[in-house]
Each structure stands twice: as structure tokens, then as C-alpha cells.
Design a protein. Structure first.
Length: 213
């Protein structure tokens, strides 16, 4: 994974970031919460870092729950918030807690990040947990009009299938029939169910939705 750039490091220093680290329960004081959902292992880039910067640039009074664990030598480490350790049975329970809170008190931010080609060549499965999370939480968010934004890289494996199933849930809100997916590709701005094609655009839409609370 590429090292953090000087530009990213400088941006981090200028922002008010409140990071909720994996497994820790933090008192968020009724402020907006963004929960990041997407692949952690085997990604081409550290999309979590990029998304944190983009969200914090647009919203300086929020908490961001990130499942990626940053080491002490990383610039983001010092922004980890203190809280209660051992409050969750495992990482899945932590993710469920903050995913649900973000849907109601901020925004769940999904990014379907492209895999590192070297990782794919290793034969290891990629994004297995993400498919389940997007199916579970995406369907809930669409059906109950909760706050969620979805971004993706064009080369995320299975993007067309992910899009079709979410589109079908979205379509079913307005009609009893589920037809075929629209002819436009998932990342096209002409697609009626939009998946955003850049991290900045995904963050912009997430903050816009979160500010409605």
C-alpha cells in the first residue's frame, strides 16, 4: 500500500478529526457520525484515509468510525478518540453498532475500492465481508429511507451485480415489479440509482445527507 503523501499529511494537520477506532465505544455527544464501509485488506489504495480527509474537510464537527487500524507512526493515530474498550464482542458487533448509528445520525459511507492486482494474484478472496455488508445495510437504508452514500472504483469485482441488487431494492420502493437494470452503467450520472465514481463526490454527498439531521 502506498505511503501517505506530504500533501495528505499536511491536510490532516489542518483538520479537526475525531476518529473512532475499531472495537472502541466512544461518547459521540449527539454529533454526526460517519461510518466507513468497504474492503480493508488487499485494496489498491488506502481509501479510508482519503475518505476521512474528504469528510473532515467538509464537516469539522463530526465523528468518523473507521475499521482500518492505524499504527502509532501514522498521522491519523493521534486523532483516535478515547472510549470504552471491550464493549463489543468482536469487530462485527462494533461495525453493526456504528453502521446503524450512522444511518440515523449521520451517514453510512460505502466505498467499493479496487483491489491491488498483486493481492488478486495471491488467490485470496477479496471483499467478502463487504458484499454482505452492502447487501444488508444497503437494502435497509433504501427501504427505510436512511442516510447512505455509495461510491465505487470502476474495477471493483462484481460491481454490476452489486448495483443491480441495490437498484432492484430502490425500484421496489416505487413499484411491485422489479425489471432489468437500466442500460446505463453503475457509475454513469444518467443512472437513476447513482453510485458515485470518486471519493470526493461520495464524501460531498454523504455530508450533504448527514447535515439534514
Amino acid at each position: 500500500m502506498p505511503e501517505i503523501t506530504k500533501k495528505q499529511s499536511g491536510l490532516i494537520e489542518s483538520l479537526n478529526i475525531r476518529l473512532i477506532p475499531p472495537g472502541v465505544k466512544v461518547d459521540t455527544k449527539d454529533k454526526r457520525i460517519y461510518a466507513l464501509v468497504g474492503p480493508v485488506s488487499g485494496t489498491k489504495d488506502d481509501w479510508h484515509l482519503q475518505m476521512i480527509i474528504e469528510i473532515a474537510t467538509r464537516d469539522d464537527d463530526c465523528y468518523i468510525a473507521c475499521p482500518r487500524e492505524y499504527r502509532e507512526d501514522h498521522p491519523l493515530y493521534k486523532y483516535r478518540q478515547d472510549g470504552q474498550n471491550g464493549a463489543f464482542a468482536n469487530l462485527d458487533a462494533w461495525e453493526r453498532f456504528y453502521n446503524f448509528k450512522s444511518l440515523r445520525h449521520g451517514c453510512m459511507v460505502v466505498h467499493l475500492a479496487a483491489p491491488d492486482p498483486k493481492y488478486l494474484r495471491s488467490g485470496k478472496p477479496y471483499g467478502v465481508g463487504t458484499y454482505g455488508e452492502v447487501g444488508r445495510w444497503g437494502s435497509m437504508a433504501i427501504r427505510q429511507s436512511m442516510n447512505m452514500t455509495i461510491g465505487a472504483d470502476a474495477d471493483f469485482p462484481g460491481l454490476d451485480r452489486v448495483h443491480f441488487n441495490l437498484y432492484a431494492d430502490w425500484k421496489h420502493r416505487y413499484t411491485d415489479t422489479i425489471d432489468t437494470a437500466p442500460s446505463y452503467p453503475p457509475l454513469s450520472p444518467l443512472n437513476p440509482f447513482r453510485i458515485y465514481d470518486t471519493i470526493p463526490y461520495t464524501a460531498e454527498m454523504a455530508v450533504s445527507r448527514a447535515r439534514m439531521f
